[in-house]
Design a protein around this ligand. Structure first.
Ligand SMILES: [Cu+2]
Length: 126
């Protein structure tokens, strides 16, 4: 894949994400952006919920979700990926990366520590 093709892919993904956001704003599905064809990266804002709250990634490649917690509400002070055995504290007004490799396809819920705020990780088969 050359640089032009990557740019086209990225622009296409951005356009699709934009359309999804425009028409399905409540859901805000966002496909992960690949950095150097390796880590799949998505920035997620935490403020009374997760934005985006639906994240699409590919199976078998490393994922980094950068959670920026834009509030001090105790509800959101932890994020839990139960299916992947991950729980992270999210300091307020900071970005906390959560890194893992989704080893199986499917839809996985992530939540706050109290299981109130919810988001969904959709892992597409490799
Ligand atoms: Cu909570």
């Amino acid at each position: 894949m050359d640089t032009t093709e990557i740019l086209v892919l990225v622009a296409g993904a951005a356009a699709i994400a934009g359309v999804l956001w425009y028409f399905f704003g409540e859901r805000r599905a966002v496909a992960a952006r690949s950095v150097d064809g390796g880590v799949q990266e998505v920035k997620i804002t935490v403020k009374g919920g997760y934005s985006p709250d639906v994240v699409v990634v590919k199976q078998g490649r490393p994922v980094r979700l950068d959670f920026y917690r834009d509030e001090t509400s105790s509800c959101s002070e932890q994020v839990v990926f139960g299916d992947f055995g991950i729980a992270r504290d999210l300091p307020a007004f900071r970005t906390t990366p959560v890194e893992f490799i989704p080893d199986r396809p499917g839809e996985f819920t992530f939540t706050c520590g109290m299981n109130m705020l919810r988001g969904k990780l959709a892992v597409e088969p490799a």
